[in-house]
Design a protein. Structure first.
Length: 163
Protein backbone atom coordinates (compact mmCIF):
# COMPACT_ATOMS: atom_id res chain seq x y z
CA UNK A 1 0.00 0.00 0.00
CA UNK A 2 2.99 2.35 -0.16
CA UNK A 3 3.17 5.04 2.51
CA UNK A 4 -0.60 5.53 2.80
CA UNK A 5 -1.80 4.94 6.38
CA UNK A 6 -4.54 2.32 6.73
CA UNK A 7 -6.72 4.59 8.89
CA UNK A 8 -7.51 6.66 5.77
CA UNK A 9 -8.97 3.53 4.16
CA UNK A 10 -10.91 2.69 7.34
CA UNK A 11 -12.37 6.20 7.45
CA UNK A 12 -13.37 6.02 3.77
CA UNK A 13 -15.08 2.66 4.34
CA UNK A 14 -16.98 4.13 7.29
CA UNK A 15 -18.22 7.11 5.25
CA UNK A 16 -19.01 4.85 2.27
CA UNK A 17 -21.57 7.16 0.58
CA UNK A 18 -19.66 10.42 0.91
CA UNK A 19 -16.73 11.85 -1.00
CA UNK A 20 -13.53 11.68 1.03
CA UNK A 21 -10.70 14.13 0.41
CA UNK A 22 -7.28 14.06 2.02
CA UNK A 23 -5.47 17.38 2.33
CA UNK A 24 -1.72 16.97 2.69
CA UNK A 25 1.48 19.00 2.50
CA UNK A 26 4.15 18.75 -0.20
CA UNK A 27 5.85 15.76 1.48
CA UNK A 28 2.91 13.61 0.33
CA UNK A 29 2.88 14.79 -3.30
CA UNK A 30 4.15 11.51 -4.71
CA UNK A 31 2.76 8.50 -6.53
CA UNK A 32 3.28 6.02 -3.68
CA UNK A 33 0.89 8.03 -1.47
CA UNK A 34 -1.70 9.17 -4.02
CA UNK A 35 -2.12 6.17 -6.37
CA UNK A 36 -3.41 3.68 -3.74
CA UNK A 37 -6.06 6.23 -2.73
CA UNK A 38 -7.21 6.67 -6.33
CA UNK A 39 -7.15 2.94 -7.17
CA UNK A 40 -10.06 2.10 -4.87
CA UNK A 41 -13.57 1.34 -6.13
CA UNK A 42 -14.64 4.64 -4.52
CA UNK A 43 -11.53 6.81 -4.89
CA UNK A 44 -10.23 8.98 -2.07
CA UNK A 45 -9.29 12.33 -3.58
CA UNK A 46 -6.13 14.21 -2.61
CA UNK A 47 -5.42 17.93 -2.51
CA UNK A 48 -1.79 18.71 -1.89
CA UNK A 49 0.93 21.23 -2.55
CA UNK A 50 3.41 20.38 -5.29
CA UNK A 51 7.14 20.74 -4.91
CA UNK A 52 8.63 23.75 -6.72
CA UNK A 53 10.52 21.60 -9.21
CA UNK A 54 7.44 19.56 -10.27
CA UNK A 55 6.75 18.96 -13.94
CA UNK A 56 3.62 17.95 -15.79
CA UNK A 57 2.81 16.63 -19.23
CA UNK A 58 0.24 17.66 -21.80
CA UNK A 59 -1.92 15.11 -23.60
CA UNK A 60 -0.07 13.08 -26.19
CA UNK A 61 -0.87 14.12 -29.75
CA UNK A 62 -0.87 11.17 -32.14
CA UNK A 63 1.58 11.73 -35.01
CA UNK A 64 0.15 11.82 -38.56
CA UNK A 65 2.66 9.24 -39.76
CA UNK A 66 4.14 6.40 -37.76
CA UNK A 67 7.79 6.99 -36.89
CA UNK A 68 10.54 4.56 -36.01
CA UNK A 69 11.16 3.60 -32.41
CA UNK A 70 9.02 3.20 -29.37
CA UNK A 71 5.95 5.46 -29.36
CA UNK A 72 5.82 8.26 -26.80
CA UNK A 73 3.81 7.76 -23.62
CA UNK A 74 3.49 11.44 -22.67
CA UNK A 75 3.01 14.76 -24.36
CA UNK A 76 5.12 17.89 -24.03
CA UNK A 77 6.87 18.41 -20.68
CA UNK A 78 5.95 21.58 -18.75
CA UNK A 79 7.46 23.01 -15.58
CA UNK A 80 4.44 23.64 -13.34
CA UNK A 81 5.52 27.04 -11.95
CA UNK A 82 6.03 28.26 -15.54
CA UNK A 83 2.28 27.97 -16.23
CA UNK A 84 2.01 31.62 -15.16
CA UNK A 85 4.05 32.55 -18.22
CA UNK A 86 2.17 30.40 -20.74
CA UNK A 87 -1.48 30.18 -19.64
CA UNK A 88 -4.23 32.79 -19.15
CA UNK A 89 -4.30 34.23 -15.62
CA UNK A 90 -7.57 34.53 -13.69
CA UNK A 91 -8.15 36.76 -10.69
CA UNK A 92 -10.37 35.14 -8.05
CA UNK A 93 -11.54 35.95 -4.54
CA UNK A 94 -10.99 33.29 -1.89
CA UNK A 95 -11.73 33.20 1.83
CA UNK A 96 -8.37 32.40 3.45
CA UNK A 97 -7.74 32.65 7.17
CA UNK A 98 -11.11 34.38 7.67
CA UNK A 99 -10.31 37.13 5.15
CA UNK A 100 -11.36 37.56 1.53
CA UNK A 101 -8.24 37.75 -0.61
CA UNK A 102 -7.77 38.42 -4.31
CA UNK A 103 -5.43 35.84 -5.80
CA UNK A 104 -4.12 35.38 -9.32
CA UNK A 105 -4.40 31.76 -10.48
CA UNK A 106 -3.76 29.53 -13.45
CA UNK A 107 -5.64 26.22 -13.64
CA UNK A 108 -4.87 23.37 -16.00
CA UNK A 109 -5.47 19.63 -16.12
CA UNK A 110 -2.20 17.77 -16.65
CA UNK A 111 -0.53 14.39 -16.18
CA UNK A 112 1.82 14.54 -13.17
CA UNK A 113 3.69 12.23 -10.78
CA UNK A 114 3.23 9.27 -13.17
CA UNK A 115 -0.36 8.86 -11.93
CA UNK A 116 -2.85 6.88 -14.02
CA UNK A 117 -5.13 9.91 -14.54
CA UNK A 118 -4.99 13.64 -15.09
CA UNK A 119 -5.15 15.96 -12.11
CA UNK A 120 -6.15 19.61 -11.79
CA UNK A 121 -3.17 21.91 -11.25
CA UNK A 122 -3.79 25.30 -9.65
CA UNK A 123 -0.82 27.67 -9.59
CA UNK A 124 -1.43 30.62 -7.27
CA UNK A 125 0.31 33.95 -6.98
CA UNK A 126 -0.19 36.05 -3.86
CA UNK A 127 2.23 38.97 -3.95
CA UNK A 128 5.49 37.46 -5.14
CA UNK A 129 4.79 34.03 -3.64
CA UNK A 130 4.02 31.37 -6.29
CA UNK A 131 2.62 28.02 -5.14
CA UNK A 132 1.23 25.02 -7.04
CA UNK A 133 -1.57 22.81 -5.74
CA UNK A 134 -2.97 19.61 -7.24
CA UNK A 135 -6.38 18.06 -6.86
CA UNK A 136 -7.19 14.56 -8.03
CA UNK A 137 -10.86 15.62 -8.07
CA UNK A 138 -11.05 17.52 -11.36
CA UNK A 139 -14.67 18.55 -10.70
CA UNK A 140 -13.44 21.17 -8.20
CA UNK A 141 -12.77 24.70 -9.42
CA UNK A 142 -9.65 26.70 -8.40
CA UNK A 143 -11.53 28.62 -5.69
CA UNK A 144 -12.68 25.39 -4.03
CA UNK A 145 -9.23 23.80 -4.22
CA UNK A 146 -7.53 26.82 -2.62
CA UNK A 147 -10.18 27.10 0.11
CA UNK A 148 -9.95 23.39 0.96
CA UNK A 149 -6.15 23.49 1.08
CA UNK A 150 -6.27 26.69 3.17
CA UNK A 151 -8.51 24.98 5.74
CA UNK A 152 -5.63 22.58 6.47
CA UNK A 153 -3.85 25.25 8.50
CA UNK A 154 -6.77 26.00 10.82
CA UNK A 155 -7.08 22.26 11.52
CA UNK A 156 -3.37 22.00 12.34
CA UNK A 157 -3.59 24.98 14.71
CA UNK A 158 -6.58 23.36 16.45
CA UNK A 159 -4.60 20.12 16.91
CA UNK A 160 -1.63 22.04 18.35
CA UNK A 161 -3.98 23.86 20.74
CA UNK A 162 -5.50 20.55 21.88
CA UNK A 163 -2.05 19.15 22.67
Amino acid sequence: MGQCPCYIFQFADWTCKHTVRVVADAYFSNKSFIQPLLSRKTPIHVITKLKRNAVGYLDLKKPQTKKRGRPRKRGQKIKIVDLFKTEPIQSISVCLYEKIRAIEVVAKDLWVLALDRKVRIVVTKLGSNVMALISTDITLNPTQIIAIYGSRFSIEIAIIDMK
